[in-house]
Design a protein around this ligand. Structure first.
Ligand SMILES: *Cc1c(COP(=O)(O)O)cnc(C)c1O
Length: 218
């Protein structure tokens, strides 16, 4: 099956949930094939690769930065990035604000919550995030950032109960944090990857990030 056919198959299952086709490490030709099949949202986790693919591919693609983002690299994607998924610190927000202003645009962001048991994953803890949100007036402090919602990654595990409970934590954190923003703006919960997206959707995901099930293993 081609990547375009796999995308169609996944879209039939996920319905109105947004599909981010995660194309990291994959060649331009494969992304072009998915594009020709109608896919317009792609996710990458490295700044250089994202910028190179943006240059090489049609300009109506919405590019999502899904990986950990270092402040000193924001400038390379600020002119074109559609959504930054993994915002995990105030200093990163400050840099995104600065670069968004410089480019005279508003950049959409998701705040990353650390929901997994694994310590190698990034993000605010739910407690930290709630504290941060109530201490700050984010929309006022970062006028060129539009806060769209939350993102999280569950533990990489076959334990469905564990993964489900982590997604639940993200959903309930979202429900609490949402009250601090305008309702029509803070709408997205980015959770679910190739191995766990059905579970994620059951628990309220609005956006899934799927790579290997579309493009094959890496
Ligand atoms: C690679 C990656 C994905 C996609 O993973 P698959 O298991 O290949 O679907 C999703 N989210 C993030 C943050 C990633 O880095």
């Amino acid at each position: 099956m081609s990547s375009a056919e796999k995308i169609q198959e996944i879209k039939n299952v996920i319905g109105s949930v947004t599909l981010v086709a995660v194309s990291k490490t994959k060649p331009i030709s494969l992304l072009q094939e998915a594009y020709d099949g109608g896919q317009r949202i792609f996710g990458e986790n490295r700044v250089q690769e994202l910028a190179d693919k943006f240059e090489a591919l049609p300009k109506d693609i919405q590019w999502h930065m899904i990986g950990h983002l270092q402040s000193n690299k924001v400038k390379y994607i600020a002119p074109f990035v559609h959504l930054i998924h993994a915002v995990d610190s105030e200093s990163l927000l400050k840099e995104i604000q600065k670069q968004a202003l410089k480019n005279n645009r508003t950049i959409d962001c998701l705040l990353q919550v650390h929901i997994a048991k694994e310590t190698n994953k990034f993000g605010f803890s739910a407690e930290e995030l709630l504290e941060f949100i109530s201490r700050k007036d984010l929309q006022n402090d970062f006028p060129n950032i539009s806060f769209k919602g939350l993102m999280g990654m569950a533990t990489f595990s076959d334990d469905q109960d564990l993964v489900r409970s982590e997604f639940r934590t993200l959903k309930s954190t979202f429900d609490t944090v949402k009250a601090h923003f305008s309702e029509d703006q803070f709408t997205e919960i980015s959770m679910g990857m190739s191995g766990d997206y059905l579970l994620a959707i059951e628990e309220g995901s609005t956006m899934v990030r799927i790579g290997s099930s579309i493009f094959g293993g890496r």
